[in-house]
Design a protein around this ligand. Structure first.
Ligand code: TXA
Ligand code: MG
Length: 330
């Protein structure tokens, strides 16, 4: 059993000593280490069994420290994005400061940075006094953790788990690459393309999935998978197997003969509510012995729907072997 509790001072001391601490953010739990300590960061890759080609996000507690992580001069657009969305679920990728170890960025010249909107995370980073490198606190390829118990189930070799209840956004941050007067969305999240376009009307905002242009080596086709078959449908098939669970993001007419367990993530089709529950419900279904397969009905890819579909497609990929977003080379 790993050591856990709410002792932020103790946790920050561990970070400074090069140890591994899982902590809550507003999106998902992260597995943190001192982002300036290459040896400590190696520990993250080992604990997660994560391939070293997949770069990490650095977490900071104030935009005032941006010049310690990015190369100067920093693009003014980065400060504008930070001002608008931080603390919050937006990760910004730009050219790295040379003090950032190569292991953090998987050898890339750029680094991903965000300021999480969670009081425990912010206090932990402030007390540690260093940028905290943290991927989601799950084993590589498995479901992202939205509760302390999810971390405990998957990661057995970490030094401390900071307990902070259920995360409220429930899916990982939006990742954007910033260059010149351009924002490119590398991973969709709760901050949407349309929101960025509204808030930054004079900036070119592009989505990399529509451009089929991949910058992030971590954008794997298969990811976040439950350990039982998971299938995505435009419409539910007529013959549902008895031991299937149905994941619905809005009310849906179920065939009267169906014996499936139904999980309605939002009674009014609110996709932010659906996103906040999707990993949590998938964790429950993964653990439920009465469920043999999971079926989900696709959502419209507008707004947060794009982020939900990104996660669902990756979860289903290993069971269907195909996505309809095109092939992603790694
Ligand atoms: O909400 C979140 O972002 C959570 C919490 C813990 O902050 N973190 C998270 O980290 O989702 P992770 O490691 O599971 O996903 C980070 C992804 C990588 O897989 C990679 O695709 C992308 O960030 N990334 C990191 N550095 C990058 C870079 N220099 N260029 C492009 N993409 C990068
Ligand atoms: Mg992850």
């Amino acid at each position: 059993m790993i050591k856990s509790g709410k002792d932020i001072i103790f946790a920050s001391k561990l970070i400074r000593e090069g140890k591994l601490v899982a902590f809550p953010t507003e999106t998902v739990y992260g597995l943190g280490a001192n982002g300036l300590d290459a040896k400590a960061v190696v520990g993250i890759f080992e604990a997660k069994q994560r391939p070293s080609f997949d770069p990490l996000i650095l977490h900071i507690a104030s935009a005032d420290t941006l010049d310690t992580v990015f190369k100067k001069p920093i693009n003014p657009l980065i400060y504008k994005l930070a001002d608008k969305y931080w603390p919050g679920p937006l990760t910004i990728v730009s050219v790295k400061n040379k003090q950032i170890p190569d292991i953090v960025t998987a050898g890339l010249p750029t680094v991903a940075v965000r300021m999480p909107n969670h009081p425990m995370a912010l206090k932990l980073i402030r007390q540690a006094g260093v940028p905290v490198a943290a991927p989601s606190a799950n084993l590589f390829g498995r479901l992202s953790p939205t509760k302390a118990a999810h971390v405990r189930d998957q990661l057995r070799t970490i030094d401390y788990l900071l307990e902070g209840g259920q995360t409220n956004i429930g899916i990982e941050s939006t990742i954007v690459a910033v260059a010149d007067n351009r924002i490119e969305i590398l991973r969709p999240g709760a901050i949407t393309v349309s929101q960025l376009k509204i808030d930054f009307p004079d900036v070119e905002v592009v989505s990399s999935s529509t451009e089929k242009h991949i910058q992030a080596p971590g954008q794997l086709k298969s990811h976040y998978s439950p350990r039982k078959p998971f299938y995505l449908f435009d419409q539910l098939p007529d013959n549902l197997p008895d031991y299937a669970a149905l994941l619905l993001f809005k009310p849906y007419e179920i065939p009267a003969t169906a014996k499936s367990k139904v999980f309605l993530l939002s009674t009014n089709g609110d996709l932010l509510e659906g996103a906040s529950k999707v990993f949590s419900v998938l964790h429950d279904l993964e653990a439920d012995d009465s469920v043999e397969q999971i079926y989900a009905v696709k959502v419209n890819e507008e707004g947060v729907g794009a982020a939900i579909m990104d996660r669902l497609r990756k979860a289903a990929y290993r069971f269907t072997g195909a996505t309809d977003e095109g092939e992603i080379e790694v």
